[in-house]
Design a protein around this ligand. Structure first.
Ligand code: S3P
Length: 176
């Protein structure tokens, strides 16, 4: 088995945490959600950090990703949706893991996030914000991903099958 992390990236509502936890139990690995790590390290919720400005949250997120990337124990990592905007985060994640982009249309994402509670960037107009952020971030997701998996209309189990298969294939392919 590869010693690299399995890293899930993608927009809010793509299913990174749900799929990540299932992949971790399938692979017998630990699971880390970077938002959860940020909250544990800072002692504040993501929403509270955003109240002091997005930069405050992004600084905590950058530290969490650097820590996770440095872990010698291979993990399954679900990244907050905006993590890959930062080139340093992209570099750290790509260097330490196989990065899988869970890609979905804004319509699928909107159906999953509901009214956007607990996601400050979606407040007020979730579908509008998802469309705008998705188009702004497309290049960053493309640049970060080793593998792209379209999740629209797929059940969690199907996505987990696809992610773990792609992870094993890719890890073998690159000889990692
Ligand atoms: C964000 C996504 C959220 C969280 C924060 C910002 C984003 O994580 O990190 O609200 O910029 O897309 P999820 O993608 O896990 O919802």
């Amino acid at each position: 088995m590869s010693a690299r992390h399995l890293v899930l990236v993608g927009m809010m509502g793509a299913g990174k945490s749900t799929v990540g936890e299932a992949c971790a139990s399938r692979l017998g690995r630990g699971f880390v959600d970077t938002d959860t790590l940020v909250e544990a390290n800072s002692g504040e919720t993501v929403a509270e950090l955003f109240e002091r400005g997005e930069a405050e949250f992004r600084a905590w997120e950058r530290r969490a990703i650097a820590d996770v990337a440095a872990s010698p124990v291979p993990l399954v990592v679900a990244c907050g949706g905006g993590a890959v905007i930062d080139p340093e985060n992209r570099r750290a994640l790509r260097a330490s893991g196989v990065v899988v982009w869970l890609r979905a249309t804004p319509e699928t994402l909107a159906a999953r996030v509901g009214d956007g509670t607990d996601r400050p960037l979606l407040a007020g107009d979730p579908i509008g914000a998802l469309r705008r952020l998705a188009s702004l971030r497309d290049d960053a997701y493309t640049a970060s991903a080793d593998v792209v998996i379209d999740v629209d209309h797929h059940a969690v189990d199907q996505v987990v099958d696809a992610v773990t298969a792609a992870y094993e294939a890719h890890a073998t392919e690159v000889g990692a």
